[in-house]
Design a protein around this ligand. Sequence first.
Ligand SMILES: [Zn+2]
Length: 489
Amino acid sequence: MSTRRDDRRPGAPVRGAGANEASPLDAALPRQPPFVLRARILTPLAAGGVRHERDGVVAVDAGGRIQTVESWEAWSSSQAEPSVAGSRGAFVGRVVDLRPWVVLPGLVDLHVHLPQVPSAGLGAGLDLLIWLERYVFPLERAFDEPTAERLAPQVFRAMARAGTTTAVIYGAIWQPSLEAVFRAAEAHGIRAVIGKVMMDELTYDERLAPERILEVSLRQSAELCERWHMRDAGRLRYAFTPRFAVSCSAEMLRQSAALARETGAYWQTHLSEDRGEMEVVARRFPHARDYLDVYDRAGALGERTILAHAVHLSERELARVVDSGSRIAHCPASNLFLASGVMPLARYLERGAAVALGSDVAGGPDLSMIAQMRVGAYAQSALRTVGGDPHPVLGPLDWWRLATLEGARALGWDAGIGSLEPGKEADLICIDPAWTAPLPGLDTDDPAELMSRLIFRHHPEMVRGAWVRGRWLPRGEEAWSEQGGLVTG
Ligand SMILES: [Zn+2]
């Protein structure tokens, strides 16, 4: 490993190793496109591998798309030559020098429960079904429209601070609260797939007669989809969201899947998270071959289906997941927090399963996708050393790929986001790696070593900015006004 003092900015504050002062670069970060970021660039590539520019450029055009990603040297010389600049359009926009910060694609959280965020970090080690009763249902029951209006903007700011630019979200069962969550996402600027939780068994809605729940839940979900799916040129999307087979009838699963197919929206649920849950499902659906078959019989599997957890799949189930093109949201921190188990990630990937990462807050304690990478890496190491799994563990660059490009691919969104490549939408984050240095001033030139530091020495303050379509995601006191300006309130 090469280490050296970072001496290109003699006047810059030296952070890491516990220091916490703000940097002058924070104030320089652009709020709206067009702009050019000069920084260290690291991104997975759609064609495989990574692109690493020690001194690189990401240029974002006025429409919020990535115009170019290249070395500073190549970019600056092309700007100086009118013929070259003219052939690709001379860049009009502010150049912001962020060195030695790193610019990366925004992180994708494939599975998170917004109403549960207030209980994040509570209930470690509890059985899933007990944890739901004790911590989750009381919060979701209380998640009415005013609560959503207060909480959702805070959650989106917290996601921006964590570097999450795309989130796939479960709400509660109340339609007005989902309207408020969508409005908050629209105003904030985050990219989001959101769904109203559906459950016609074990529901916490005591106001509805049981025989009306199915019809009301389907109608309200369809209305939300109609109003919000593909809002803002597709930045906001809808997911029909039956909670899981424990709390949904076969009819609810079937009809919600049919609605997802008709509308082109997503369909998301939980699968094989915990042994106790699996036993309940086996009792409730005695004619199903296994847990996955409950969803298969409902016609719910496919490329727009996101199955959270899938910790304990049989060989048959895994083959059917792959065959159907269904997506798995792997939530390693949640699976250890609630003592559910360790998903054999490498085996699933070897079989060709489409897997990306989810925080599953509040089953998982942390909104940060980088925390998911770290816990996931430790869990896979344990599976190999203690569990006897023969598969090699993933490297740091593989984990970053899972939380960016593979997240986008799981959503069928990889032509638009997930990596820093020309023509894609500019969903970016910037990280100050000094927060992760073991001693002040230590740096590494190797991209895998950089990623390793960011994962295993992750610091909550290290993500300094996040953008969707080149537009700043508010993370503190600031917010976008309806007139399109950023105001501090
Ligand atoms: Zn979940």
